[in-house]
Ligand binder design. Structure first.
Ligand code: CU
Length: 111
């Protein structure tokens, strides 16, 4: 039993160190408020996996939708969702709030 536990802990420590290695500055928060994204433009590092935390502060649900990023996710009112993207090539990637497309527009700029 002891040796099995030691192997488990070694594996756990290894996975911790691996995730720590690509952790820095990879999380970006976008707020939804009054059916708009704030900020409407987010600059992320190209060639890296990043996480978008989309914080819907409106009472109504919104759908984060991006054909460019091949992502769509419904976010209930007053909740947050995390969307993993990348690694992206340098460029501009549009997204919208599909339930309020006239006002909820934004883009990710990878550079
Ligand atoms: Cu959709």
């Amino acid at each position: 039993m002891k040796s099995k536990l030691a192997v488990l802990f070694a594996g756990f420590a290894l996975s911790l160190s691996v995730s720590a290695a690509d952790a820095p500055a990879t999380e970006f928060t976008i707020v939804i408020k009054n059916h708009r994204f704030e900020p409407a433009e987010v600059t992320v590092p190209a060639g890296k996996k990043v996480k978008l935390v989309v914080d819907n502060q409106d009472a109504t649900p919104e759908e984060f939708e991006s054909h460019d990023l091949k992502r769509e996710k419904v976010i209930a009112g007053n909740t947050k969702a995390t969307i993993a993207i990348g690694p992206l090539k340098a460029g501009s990637y549009d997204f919208v709030g599909e339930y309020n497309e006239d006002t909820a527009k934004g883009k990710i700029v990878a550079q």
